[in-house]
Design a protein. Sequence first.
Length: 212
Amino acid sequence: MNLILLGAPGAGKGTQAEMLTQQLQIPAISTGNMLREAIANGSALGKQVKQFMDEGSLVPDDLVLSIVAERTAQPDCANGFILDGVPRTLAQAEALNAKGVRIDHVVSIELSDDVIEGRMTGRRVCTKCGASYHIVANPPKTEGICDQCGAEVSIRKDDAPETVRHRLEVYHQLTEVLKDYYKSQGKLRLVEGNQSIEGANAEILAAIGAKL
């Protein structure tokens, strides 16, 4: 089963992707995490994308799609995958389709901008493995320490209030049109994001017809 998770920044895509990975036994492919790893490693790609991410702007399509194409070709994606953070534009969606990347379901996590801005001030991310947390909704067992790898968790620069507002503007301008694109193909599933993590997860599983 090949899935796409849509939703504004802070809607909970990363958290749900982690849960679905365990439940469906398919990898979650987060372009955000891959790009942050490249920056942390000081790679050539990292140097190219650092400025875009610091500004909260979208990374150019050619860079994003090269990362995704390389990742989905790996053996662990043979039985399916979850795309989190891509496609972000109609051009990306059309390019994925042109490359023969089959998508079965597109889940859009629906949440108002006001709720998102409140959420993101409490969001934390592991500096090493990229695991997602929230100081209220999903805190690590030990404050400031990742449950999975023991590294430090911290707030990202792109979660700063002014950057969050800019990212929401970009989302509404460029990414929301994807809902119409996938709705026309009969693949769109809407899920209420303003509920518990477990509630949203159950709604996603029901929407895609997953039987655990």
